[in-house]
Design a protein around this ligand. Structure first.
Ligand code: PLP
Length: 415
């Protein structure tokens, strides 16, 4: 609510006769939103309410793993929706048990806690590390450029000023090291470290992949010092990189892993996967969630797992990724004045732009050309299509990126 004179929130609430219309939108304006709203989606395509059609290379920021309105997910949601929506974690939830068993069967994990989001998964990861560490291990290590969510714990972990500013004293214990700097990591590790939190590929940070061997070295150093290795695979996991989880490529396993986004295919769902030893302190009453692992979410999650966690599906992701990477390489060569590098693994790719080029401006130009992509930090434009996208659609998307680059150059006079 605004007044003619400056009023404190308490005064403006107390003045009773509310006359001025509020100047704040009904939806709290915490996002910079593009001027487009969607009415429906199918596969890799989205139809806007105003009739425009978009090819989706963002997939809700790596969420719509199987595209929009995938028949198998729609069927799972409908069937569960007609049976049972919600009961509470006071009771046994068979759908939750089935999904937990599927995750345990497919990974290093012995046990799973379900959440509704990546942030909540990160929050539990932090709690596990702190409980495991106790008074003897007050430190946790994370990395510059990281993103683990927006809760007070997750922003303390990531540490970046743009996330933490204005929120007062942060949870103590976290320190951030340069991403991929293994000398700094080895120097910082000690027997007082409870947990090491790392994204094998930073998403928000700009599709930055840990150097080869780094995860293996982190595993070894965590073992040497008795610390938990907590991998955040919220964005890079669930088949996006062509293996079910990115850490599999390094032949290591974490103690704890955070999963969300793709696991629900668009239904809010997250999970913390852990070994029995790491989860040992998490006994009855130590953590909980009203909705986490509810029947609807788990029915959809199970359909996602049954689709994605198969070798033929993952082999197809790798083949499509090779095709897209080759096309993007050609695009980068044709626009070497704007694109510095194609980076990433599988279908988690980024175009790192040259200095002076803004990923946000390129994302806007791409949208004008009918393509949705996602800007990230480190001058990088993210390309995160549904894993089910067809090769012709990948070609079409790259051609729209080419159109967008030409349009942007014409606008900025860089052509
Ligand atoms: N961790 C990573 C690596 C992420 O990319 C994100 C979201 O972008 C999160 C955690 C937070 O997930 P959510 O937005 O579902 O809370």
């Amino acid at each position: 609510m605004t007044g003619q004179t400056a009023q404190s929130p308490a005064e403006s609430l107390a003045d009773g006769g509310i006359s001025m219309p509020p100047s704040i939108p009904a939806v709290m304006p915490t996002y910079n939103r593009a001027d487009v709203a969607f009415a429906r989606g199918e596969g890799a395509w989205l139809d806007a309410v105003d009739g425009r059609r978009f090819l989706d290379f963002g997939a809700g920021i790596a969420v719509n793993l199987l595209g929009h309105a995938h028949p198998r997910l729609v069927a799972a949601l409908k069937a569960q929706g007609e049976r049972l929506w919600h009961v509470s974690n006071l009771y046994t939830i068979p759908e939750q048990e089935r999904l937990a068993e599927a995750l345990v069967d497919a990974t290093f994990a012995d046990t799973v806690f379900f959440t509704n989001s990546g942030t909540e998964a990160a929050e539990l990861g932090i709690k596990i590390a702190r409980k495991f560490g106790g008074a003897d291990r007050p430190r946790c290590i994370a990395f510059e450029g990281a993103f683990h969510g927006r809760s007070t714990g997750a922003i303390a972990a990531a540490g970046a000023q743009k996330l933490t500013e204005g929120y007062g004293t942060l949870m103590p214990g976290f320190e951030q090291l340069p991403f991929g700097d293994m000398a700094a990591f080895e120097a910082a590790m000690g027997d007082d470290v409870a947990g090491v939190f790392v994204e094998p590929i930073q998403g928000e940070g700009g599709i930055r992949t840990l150097p080869e061997g780094a995860l293996r070295d982190m595993r070894a150093l965590c073992d040497r010092h008795g610390a938990l290795l907590v991998l955040d695979e919220v964005q890079c996991g669930m088949g996006r990189t062509g293996t079910l989880f990115q850490h599999e490529r390094e032949g290591i396993t974490p103690d704890v892993m955070l999963v969300a986004k793709g696991i629900g295919g668009g239904f809010p769902l997250g999970a913390v996967l852990a070994t029995e030893a790491a989860a040992a302190p998490m006994t009855a009453g130590t953590h909980g969630s009203t909705y986490g692992g509810n029947p609807l979410a788990c029915a959809v999650g199970l359909a996602v797992m049954e689709t994605v966690a198969t070798e033929p599906f993952l082999a197809e992701v790798r083949a499509k990724a090779g095709f897209l990477q080759q096309r993007l390489g050609a695009l980068a060569a044709a626009h070497a004045d704007a694109i510095e590098e194609v980076r990433g693994v599988g279908l988690m790719l980024g175009l790192r732009l040259r200095e002076g080029w803004e990923p946000g401006a390129l994302a806007n130009a791409a949208r004008e050309a009918g393509l949705l992509v996602v800007p990230a930090a480190d001058r990088t434009l993210r390309i995160l299509p549904a894993l089910t996208i067809a090769e012709e659609e990948l070609s079409e998307g790259v051609s729209r990126l080419d159109t967008a680059l030409h349009a942007l150059k014409a606008q900025t006079g860089a052509a």
